[in-house]
Ligand binder design. Structure first.
Ligand code: PEP
Ligand code: MN
Length: 264
């Protein structure tokens, strides 16, 4: 079902008037993690003011170590939903287990499957039983075929609203956190009809590279971008402050992007 042979026309995912994959660029911006109501409210205001359409933020964080901050949980979903409503933004948040799919879908407009869960087949099957759009991140060592097969699990269950996200893969290079595989963008668009989103924040792990790689992603044909932005990155509660843009950098990025492609 993910294959373009089966479905020649591009899939367009529509949610509250925002059309993802319809030729206009969607920009999802926000912190790695939801921290407090004030933090997410202020960041939502800045995302909206800059021209973004979707507020990102994790309430459940898949941390590499068990002693790291794990996210604020269901309260974070509520804080984010409120900020999204108030500022007129869609929201996207990560869901890590099948048991939490329903509560996450009640609060968020789009559900994110993280790179570490790309082959969590129970989670994918559960996401196939609802209609909420899913942003499926590529596993950091997944081939295109494995990635598309993961999407297939969701589609096969009956949820057609899947977008694919390139977020960098693991290579021998250690200067960047991951290696953003720009080739994935045209390849996935040739093989599949699903919208393709690029995540240069996790793809590079370095703030100073995010702007360039966002533009490169758009030049490569990405349907959208997901970008970490924080008002106080140095004191953010996950290690992802180093890859988070400052609000003024985010605003400038969107101004530049508008010259490359119309925003949704
Ligand atoms: C995130 O978006 O904050 C995240 C944890 O991403 P990934 O699953 O790509 O590491
Ligand atoms: Mn992050």
């Amino acid at each position: 079902l993910a294959s373009r042979d089966f479905h020649p026309d591009n899939t367009v995912i529509e949610r509250k008037g925002v059309r993802i994959g319809g030729g206009e660029l969607v920009v999802m911006g926000g912190p790695c993690a939801v921290e407090t109501p004030e933090q997410i409210d202020e960041i939502a205001r800045l995302v909206k003011a800059a021209g973004g359409q979707v507020l990102r933020g994790g309430a459940f964080k898949p941390r590499t170590g068990p002693y790291s901050f794990q996210g604020v949980g269901v309260e974070g979903l509520e804080m984010m939903a409120e900020a999204g409503r108030k500022h007129g933004l869609l929201t996207i948040t990560e869901v890590m287990t099948p048991e939490y799919v329903d509560v996450c879908a009640e609060h968020a407009d789009i559900l994110q499957v993280g790179t570490r869960n790309m082959q969590n087949f129970d989670l994918l099957r559960k996401l196939g039983t609802i209609q909420t759009p899913v942003l499926l991140k590529r596993g950091f060592s997944a081939t295109y075929d494995e990635f598309l097969n993961a999407a297939e699990y969701i589609l096969a269950g009956g949820n057609p609203n899947v977008m694919l996200c390139e977020r960098g893969i693991r290579t021998f290079e250690t200067y960047t956190r991951n290696t953003l595989d720009l080739t994935a963008i045209p390849v996935l668009q040739q093989l599949s009809h699903l919208p393709v989103i690029s995540d240069p924040s996790h793809g590079t792990g370095r703030r100073e590279l995010v702007e360039t790689m966002c533009k490169a992603s758009v030049a490569a044909g990405a349907d959208g971008l997901i970008v970490e932005m924080h008002t106080d990155p140095d004191n953010s509660m996950t290690g992802d402050g180093v890859q988070s843009l400052f609000p003024d950098q985010f605003a400038k990025l969107l101004q530049d992007l508008e010259k490359l492609a119309p925003l949704c």
